[in-house]
Write a protein that binds this ligand. Structure first.
Ligand code: AMP
Length: 171
C-alpha cells in the first residue's frame, strides 16, 4: 500500500491556509494505482452481496461507481442540494465553520438492501455521518463505509457510533 500512498499529492494551504489537501487525482490517473485501489477495496466486499454502492459528491462518485461495477452492484448518488432531479430527503451537517447539506432520492434504496457507502477520504467524519443518516432514513442495511484515505488523527470514525469503517490508506 506504500506505493499507493506515494501516488497521493499533498497540496499545502488548499482550499484554505493550514489545510493539507490530499490530492487523489494523481492516484486516479495512474492506471495501475487506480486498478489496485479499486480491486483491493472490491475484494473486501465481493462475497457480501452488495446491492448498492452510495457515492458521495463528487470524488466519491469516482470511487463508488468503479466499486459498484466491480461488485455487480448498482450505484446511487448523494449530492449537494438542488442537484438531484426527483423528490429527495435532505440532511444538514456541521462543517468547521457553519453547516452544509446532502440529499438522496427518496426512492434510491428499498428497505433491507445491502448498501456500501464510498467516499474518497474521511477527515472529521461529518460528511459520511450525513450520508449514513440518509441511508438509514431509507432503511438500507449499511455493510460498511469505505474510503481510499483516512486522516486518522482527526478521529472521524468516532462520529459514526459503531458503523463499520474501512480505509485503504491512512495518514
Ligand atoms: P469530513 O466531513 O471532514 O470527513 O470531510 C470529508 C470530505 O471533505 C471528503 O469528501 C473529502 O473529499 C473532503 N476533504 C476534507 N479534508 C480533506 C483533505 N485534507 N484533503 C482532501 N479532501 C478533504
Amino acid at each position: 500500500m506504500d506505493s499507493l500512498k506515494q501516488m497521493i499529492r499533498d497540496i499545502p494551504d488548499f482550499p484554505k491556509k493550514g489545510i493539507v489537501f490530499k490530492d487523489i487525482t494523481t492516484l486516479l490517473s495512474d492506471k495501475r494505482g487506480f486498478a489496485k485501489a479499486i480491486d483491493t477495496l472490491a475484494n473486501r466486499y465481493i462475497d457480501q452481496k452488495i446491492d448498492l454502492v452510495v457515492g458521495i459528491e463528487s470524488r466519491g462518485f469516482v470511487i463508488g461507481s468503479a466499486l459498484a461495477y466491480r461488485l455487480g452492484a448498482g450505484v446511487i448518488l448523494v449530492r449537494k442540494p438542488g442537484k438531484l432531479p426527483y423528490k429527495t430527503h435532505k440532511t444538514v451537517y456541521e462543517l468547521e465553520y457553519g453547516t452544509d447539506q446532502l440529499e438522496i432520492h427518496q426512492d434510491a434504496i428499498a428497505p433491507g438492501q445491502q448498501v456500501l457507502i464510498a467516499d474518497d477520504l474521511i477527515a472529521t467524519g461529518g460528511t459520511i455521518k450525513a450520508a449514513v443518516d440518509l441511508v438509514e432514513k431509507l432503511q438500507g442495511n449499511i455493510v460498511e463505509c469505505a474510503f481510499l484515505v483516512e486522516l486518522a488523527f482527526l478521529k472521524g470514525r468516532e462520529k459514526l457510533d459503531g458503523y463499520p469503517v474501512f480505509s485503504l490508506l491512512q495518514f
